[in-house]
Design a protein around this ligand. Sequence first.
Ligand SMILES: *Cc1c(COP(=O)(O)O)cnc(C)c1O
Length: 434
Amino acid sequence: MRWLSRDYAHLWHPFTAADEWEQQAENRVIERGEGVWLIDTDGQRFLDGTASLWCNILGHQHPALDAAIQTQLGRIAHTTMLGLTHPGAVEHAERLCALTGLDRVFYSDSGSTAVEVALKMAFQACQQRGEARRTRFAALSEAYHGDTVGSVSLGGIELFHSLYRPLLFEAVRIPSPERAEAQEEQACLRAAEVLFAAHGSELAALVVEPLVQGAAGLRLHSPAFLDRLCRMAKQAGAYVVFDEVATGFGRLGTMFAMDQVEERPDFLCLAKAITGGYLPLAATVTTEAVYDCFRGPYTDYRTFFHGHTYTGNPLAVAAALATLYVIHDTSLLAALPQRIALLHEELARLQHPCIAEHRHIGMMAGVVLRQPDGEPFPAEQRIGHRVALATRRHGAIVRNLGDTVMVMPPLVIEAAETRALMQAVGAAIVDVLG
Ligand SMILES: *Cc1c(COP(=O)(O)O)cnc(C)c1O
């Protein structure tokens, strides 16, 4: 336990309650990974049921990804994209454009920055198109777009975002349905119509997580709902931004969530699985029409004055390119319908008086825990958190969002491993709730 006591002395963990962290017996020190397994310093193996926070799609120590990074390391680890370019970025950008039908790739290094970049680009494009009034953004209730101040402004999760309100700009908040049910969606669309009528001419963009609001605990909406919302935004003259940080690269069974809808976004934000879950990289992908708003003589100052030091890092881009090759060469998407069906089946097999709901879309599953009478558990009981920790005793790592236990394995997970993962969650629920 020497690593843990040293950790407690100096580390500060994201989204982690300090006192709880220092007292939890279930803390583990992860030293290695192999495929869908994480291995701790005691040699114990755990199924990676969070895909290392939703980003590992191909497994750990993937030979092709390891080799691509090693090859790149033999050339150069980092060179700037400010005023220079490199072959990996050129090739990866070409491929992203071919895959998305969009035209321009701006790299950064996290999902939050990908969203931040889209916000600033959309705003500046409006300004430079002569539409100075378009200074606002529409976002959904319960949205999550990252943790920087701009992306937090778009966020609608009370627990994560409300404290920061005094620091934030105010989004036009469109109610989002909790489930893809017609009646609920109709009510949200009627509210959206009213909001677009009142604020449409002030909007630079509508920003949405297409088809699933993951961080809200898997709130789902239908493709038809999303298409309607996009058309409202476009009719109002606003851009559409899809935040596919969680859904990109196969998570929903298609390469992107947008492949399941008719409307096309003007901006696509990608991160998480873009490098297979290996290295930090993000991309904001947009249209030539947007890029054209930034052209002109230098002294018109239409340049996008934004960039991060490690933008387009060659090692990360090498991992990203290898990820695209592996997805293609192994026909990963073709294998997904079967894996998705099994994940949903195994989820449905979990039955307990405190399981109020099974939520799922693609390779994302959520178990919603409530008291048998349907009331939420008191927050101080930390039920979701305790179930997530108890799952470790049964050989799997998962995380909770409130009292929703989330299961998001790497996309390469085999049938036996999926079963073991869901059984671990089921056993943990019994451990904590009897
Ligand atoms: C994770 C996530 C982000 C933030 O990405 P980071 O890399 O953690 O900054 C933004 N949007 C969505 C939908 C996400 O799931």
